[in-house]
Design a protein. Sequence first.
Lengths: 858, 245
Amino acid sequence: MEYIIKIKKDKKNLLTDKWVWSMAWKDARNNFSRLFLFISSIVIGIAALVAISSFNNNLQEDIDGQAKELLGADYVVHANTAIEPSFMARMDTLGIEIANTSSLASMAYFMTSTSGTRLVRVVAMKGNFPFYGELETSPDSAYKVMKENGAYAMVDSNLATQYDVSTGDSIKIGNITFQYAGEVKNIPGGGAVQASFTPSIYIPMEYLDSTGLVQYGSRVNHDIFLKTQTTKIAEDIADLLKNDVKKQGHTFETVESRKENLGEAFENLYRFFNLLAFVALILGCIGVASSVHIYVKEKRATVGVLRCIGASGWQVFNIFLIQTVSLGILGSFLGVILGLGLQYSIPAILGEFIPLDINVAISWVAVSQGMLVGIVIAILFSVLPLISVRFVPPLVVLRNAMESSRKVTKTMVLTISLIVIFPLTFAAFLTKSWAVGAMFFGGLLVAFGCLALFAKFLTFLVKRFFPHGWNFIWRQSLSNLFRPNNQTTVLVVVIGLGAFLVATLSLIQNSLLNQVEFVGNENQSNTILFDIQPHQVDGVIQLVSDNNLPINQVVPIVTTRLKSLRGKTIDIIQKDTSDNIPNWALTREYRVTYRDSLHQSEKLIEGTMQREVVNSGDTIFVTISEGLKETLELEIGDRVVFDVQGIPIITYIGGVRDVEWSNDPPNFIFVFPKGVLEPAPKIFVLTTKTTDKATAGVFQRELITAFPNVSAIDLNIILETLQTFFDKVAFVIRFMALFSIITGLVVLAGAVINSKYLRMKENVLLRTLGALKKQIVAMTLIEYGYLGFFAGLTGVGLSVISGWGLATFFFEVKFSPDYLSLLGVWGVVILLTMIVGWWNTRDVVNSSPLEILRREVL
Amino acid sequence: MSNILTAENLSKSFNTGDKKLTVLDSVSFEVESGATVAIVGPSGSGKTTLLGLCAGLDVPSEGTISLVDIKLNALNEDDRAYVRNQHVGFIFQNFQLLPTLTALENVMLPLELRGEKNLLRRAKELLERVELIDRGHHYPSQLSGGEQQRVAIARAFMSNPKILFADEPTGNLDEDTAGIVTKLLFDINREEGTTLILVTHNLELAQHTQRILQLKGGKLVSDRRLPANETIVSDLTSEQESFTA
């Protein structure tokens, strides 16, 4: 007898096998709800990606398109010291149109119906600034009136609203009283954030000297704006003046450099958003894999039948692949639509933080990227769980418990490799850096790894120290954590990751906010009077005493510059290309003080502090703040020569101070010992503490009347502004983090539903054996309570490490965790897990056991 | 008459930890084309395992099996699936209809898989034959157990299989329904001239076949051919009782 040992059959591929397509449709048409989690994961992940990418692209385009309008000119020189006449003469020889502004902080007294005084930025203007962009005022003629009608001033709109300034009102700045010309609604280079911190008043340049504000020690910023015929000419001028500008310690900007600067300014925003997009997308990937895993489990019997009647492993695989890819395409499309919708809300929330007009437009790059990534995710992350259907033995139709053969196939190896490569490549693509991408990916792996390890450890601990004496319900719930087919690892990883993200955001927010909450200390000053001339010191002290306010500090300040470091002059260091010291640190003006003791805000961390120089020939040892010591690359004993009003003072670094800058200002980079700078020209700063707004108002009015050049910083106002600012930032952070959190919830629901199928039979049997509804509910709540408890604990615990890392190395602020809000996050995680768990048992508790058992058989 | 199924020294073992569990031990038999055969035996005797091996749902640990002149041992799983699709029909104890397909679609499934067209007429004829023509658009969850098994019978015959394997086809049905299903199964089988291999505990059902193979402890302990109108129920019942006690 001859037997056939080789089968000849028509080979059909995915595209030519019509049955596969028709079966995919027939099987899915009444079944879409089963893939709800799958599609939700893709929709939310892609929505986050598209919204963020579109916003980033729009922002980039706006930066490119508006850089010139933001700069207001083709070339700008920024200086924080008076412009040298020789330098100005050189600019004049260029024969191009020039405009100037000079700005400094000063008190302004508003003589209006809601009169008051306030620290403002006084901007003196000359020429036709801005050359590009629009200076929007109300009324339209305000700028013309200010330039042509004499002592007129324009006021930033938020300031005008605050003091109810209207036509006919006056504002006193220094010695001059200006008439109100109108409000400034928008000015190139301005921004709502800057305006809320230092609102500006604009005056004609010719009145600046008469105000009497510019005195010795005053900090005045000067900007020179040039208008050229072409951008090329501006770049040529930049090249021509580069050395001069550097030598004078000034800086310059062209349209191109403004673009770069703006890009860099938004770099952290991009990074933060990209991090969120990455996390949302990765959670989406887990959601996809988890929901397909659940789906495949549900479809095991169907697979068995199909295999039994002759469908090949690949045919069955293709049926479900077609379903998931089709839904992946649909999900990506819906995600793109949702993302584009969300994109419109981002500028509304972020608008005031960005000095640009954000034009919301569909970014086709982001759309195609979203579609592509969605489809790739749908394929990549569903293939791995789907591969298992190829190995479901047809024998499952006879024996349900028959296990699939576990084979490692080429497809599996390829898929796993791609799954590893995808997040890494995607992170690198998002951040445009393999290193940062690898960092994201590494961070993710570490978080996943820690959570998975903890889950395994937890399972071990529960098993090892199982409380046999507890009552049935508690034992039953606890033992579910380590029984066969338990979901402890999956749930702890997923829930823990969500908790980790939210808690990290909360920690960072707290750390940032804590930096500005420096007025809370009982005896700390909250009002700083600065620019007090030596002859005014006694008068100001008297005024403070007359108002029954304490005099906390009277600190002398001497303005100096660096002349040489370690024997090398600043010129030589600037020319030395191997030197890494930034130019600003070499050329800036240093405001130093002298005293014989440490201030409460500082600690000596290296060396010693010389208290006083007794003899004129003695060596002078100064102390330096830790940060600038590193920037200037100085060590104890290094020689530093200061230029104090033309006189060189030779000093040596004697000690290094760790300065807590926000604690009881003013604080200083360099502190001299007593007995050196006393004869030098100086100004004084006085600090005091006002108890309420009314006292502060009265005192500030008297101060501006008696001493017009003396300014007062009211830290309470700054604190309020900062608080508002951070509230808004926190809102933005939370809004954007919502994407990740929602995706996390979808994944959580998926994971819990997955476990539901495992627990359902057991719960039905318990019901059949007579367990009460409340006992089943209690067991479920306790089991998910355990999971939420441990997952939340791990996630929150890990967030302390990541929060510390981010605060210390990324935001460079002091890590100040608020353990109460962490407890809150933990509590919410436990509660949410229990709610989702309970939601899933409703089916069991509300149906008769027979109904469920019959359904299970079917 | 030629053999449609030949089993030679079939053995099947499983490794359970350190031990090797042999569930089928050197079973050999042949089945002629068009015959009806019942495989009986107590629980754990290897009936379902033997059925799975004969139908190409599994491969033996030792021995060979040939079905419609095709040596199943030499084929991989996909090739065996192809053989099943071309030549084999199945009926299961728990019906195994696809819950997402209607009754009519379930019936058409095997031929659709082959890529054949114009199946509706035959599918409807079969549904009519099992008296469910008016339930063709119902989903399995909307049908009773007996109705589901009738749909499964229609599906099994849809592809004109050369051989039909039935695993406890009345095991989940009440007595009356079981009677209806049994009658339908044997009537259609006779009409179609299909070879039928039946695994059952139900000796009354086995009685409808021409030959009864009896398994015990994984070995074939008897192979009895029933002449027409002869019954061996009494003999088997006493043995069966001792198996199942």
